[in-house]
Ligand binder design. Structure first.
Ligand code: HEM
Length: 567
């Protein structure tokens, strides 16, 4: 070592000694530095967390240099000072006028930490809480230290449209950092557009025509099952139906829940996983820690393994009917490069996850609202009987003409949107500093997570009125001019703003499966009502809406229904 190096080492040693003498100052400063570091770099690695929150304060304060006999109390003292300083610094900053989101109103606890909403998410009623917050604070609410929830339709296009922002951190964390990012979580616009190409082909009108037979086979099976069983939890049967259809689409089969029930416990696993995913969505950093717990990702790994096996089987088997796998794996040969197998599996996995619960929730809600409103059910039956009298073969040929069917489906999607709390976007770097990151009349700085609250939009009397919280399919017919507004309702009272209707989201990353979902909703409703009479079980207290839990997708309670054959 040279003399100058000796000198520097000596100097640092002296300074370090001096700093230690002045405890608690170095501990407080280290807490402030750690806060700044987290703020600037948002580290996610558990190793960095451990270093900054455990090792760093102990080293800086010099406690570790003390003798072994005296280390416990000084260490406790150091950590107490460190964490008190760190928490105070974080809380003061987040509540201060210096925070970039300071001007937006919201509950104090939400501004301080996401833990508050993580708790609400765990409990399941966050869609109701968000709506209450909008009622209290207005269209823009700060729902986390760096997070905004909106209920203003004018922001939909700027935020979710082609010039909007990519998917938020919520999406990444939910995937538990899978080796391949699912299409639904791809943040970069160009990459997203490229990955979505095969999906767009797979949902073209021509492709959809080919799927009709696949969906019809399952719809017939469902109707026969309901006819044979008489008394069922309809929500559960819809779940099994939707799951089987999605596996038929994604892997050419492999699931027979309608026939066998949830033999493998797969469905129970998906439902229980939703709670933990909601928690992780609010606290993305938690995902890294969860992954460290031995066995914590076993269920997810098993699901991926099952998808892998189904994909292999489907690839070997080939297909006579063009299914979604045909397009997603590019059996068509339209892509320049071969699609990597990991992406094919991941996409198949996404089909099952994105298409099962959502469709089941909307179908179940639709039947709940119809059964609560016998006169609407009778009107729908009249329309269905007109196009598909008893005995008429099921097909899609009259769907376009069935305006009351579509009005009923839209009304169920309005009242119980399957994804009630919207799909988060992350405000990225400023593309044009002269304009700033403005969305309509709002400005959000880089790093803000922003969502639009679908449930609030759909149940806001400024967007849909009258009977905002009621099932009134007629509003859709009146709005399109095929029905007169009843005399009892003053013209000025009728509001119908379809720009505020976004059950499938909006823009280039909206629900790509919408055409298939609509086909399933129409075909299932027609088949059941064409063939069966139905009523609630006498004991059912109609608690449907109270039983709904927002776990990103609305999870449902029971829907006990009794069926009898019509003919
Ligand atoms: C009634 C049923 C359904 C509803 C209400 C629904 C709703 C949604 C919503 C709100 C999103 C978020 C879009 C965004 O981030 O902006 C989404 C995404 C998605 N949905 Fe659906 N969905 C339904 C059925 C389906 C079906 C049957 C499929 C079939 C595969 C599907 C596939 C997807 C995919 C792949 C995405 C990600 C799209 C992307 O990021 O580009 N969904 N859906």
């Amino acid at each position: 070592m040279t003399n100058s190096t000796d000198f520097v080492v000596l100097l640092i040693g002296r300074l370090y000694g001096k700093i230690q003498e002045r405890e608690p100052l170095p501990t407080i400063i280290s807490a402030l530095l750690v806060h700044r570091f987290f703020q600037k770099y948002e580290p996610q690695s558990p190793g960095i967390f451990a270093f900054l929150l455990l090792v760093f304060p102990a080293v800086v304060s010099g406690v570790l240099r003390n003798g072994a006999s005296s280390i416990l109390w000084p260490l406790l003292r150091t950590y107490t000072i460190f964490y008190t300083s760190l928490i105070s610094s974080v809380v003061l900053y987040r509540l201060s006028p210096f925070h970039p989101l300071a001007k937006y109103p919201g509950p104090v606890l939400a501004k301080i930490s996401k833990l508050w909403f993580a708790r609400l998410g765990w409990q399941g009623k966050q869609h109701i809480h968000y709506r209450d917050l909008h009622k209290k604070y207005g269209d823009v609410v700060r729902v986390g230290p760096n997070e905004i929830m909106l209920s203003d339709p004018s922001v939909i296009a700027p935020l979710l449209g082609p010039a909007g922002w990519g998917k938020g951190s919520y999406w990444h964390a939910r995937a538990l950092h899978a080796p391949v990012v699912a299409l639904s979580a791809v943040n970069d616009h160009a990459e997203h557009a490229q990955r979505r190409r095969t999906w767009t082909r797979g949902f073209s009108p021509a492709a959809l025509k080919d799927y009709e037979e696949i969906v019809k086979e399952r719809v017939v099976q469902l109707t026969e099952t309901l006819s044979a069983r008489k008394s069922v939890d309809l929500a559960r049967l819809f779940a099994f139906f939707a799951h089987d259809v999605m596996n038929d689409m994604a892997f050419g089969g492999g699931s027979e829940m309608l026939r066998d029930g949830d033999l493998t416990g797969h469905w129970a696993l998906v439902e229980s996983g939703m709670r933990i995913f909601t928690l992780i969505g609010h606290l993305p950093w938690l995902s890294r820690f969860i992954m460290l717990i031995p066995g914590s990702t076993n269920d997810l790994d098993n699901m991926r393994k099952a998808c892998f096996e189904r994909a292999i089987a489907r690839k070997k088997k080939g297909t006579k009917q063009k299914d979604l796998f045909y397009y997603l794996s590019d059996e068509l040969g339209a892509e320049k490069d071969e699609i990597p197998f990991e992406i094919i599996i991941n996409d198949g996995d996404l089909v099952v996850i994105a298409g099962s619960d959502t469709t089941k929730t909307v179908l179940s809600s639709l039947f709940f609202y119809l059964l609560c409103n016998p006169e609407k059910l009778a009107k729908l039956r009249e329309e269905i009987d007109g196009f598909y009298p008893p005995g008429e073969t099921l097909s899609s040929k009259h769907f376009q003409e069935m305006s009351y069917l579509d009005a009923c489906i839209n009304e169920a999607l309005r009242l119980s949107p399957a994804v009630p709390s919207g799909s988060q976007r992350d405000v990225g770097p400023d593309p044009d500093p002269s304009k700033g990151r403005t969305f309509g009349s709002y400005y959000f700085p880089e790093g803000t997570a922003v969502s639009i609250h679908t449930f609030t939009l759909h149940r806001d009397s400024r967007n849909f009125s009258p009977f905002t919280d009621e099932f009134w399919p007629e509003r859709w017919l009146i709005a399109q001019g095929s029905m007169e507004l009843p005399n009892s309702i003053p013209k000025a009272e009728f509001v119908h703003d379809t720009t505020a209707f976004i059950p499938f989201s909006y823009g280039p990353a909206n629900c790509v499966g919408k055409p298939l979902a609509i086909l399933e909703l129409r075909m299932t409703t027609v088949s059941i009502i064409q063939n069966l009479d139905l009523k609630f079980e006498d004991w059912y207290a109609r608690t449907w809406e109270d039983d709904l839990d927002d776990r990103f997708v609305l999870m449902t309670g029971q829907l006990p229904v009794v069926f009898s054959n019509r003919w």
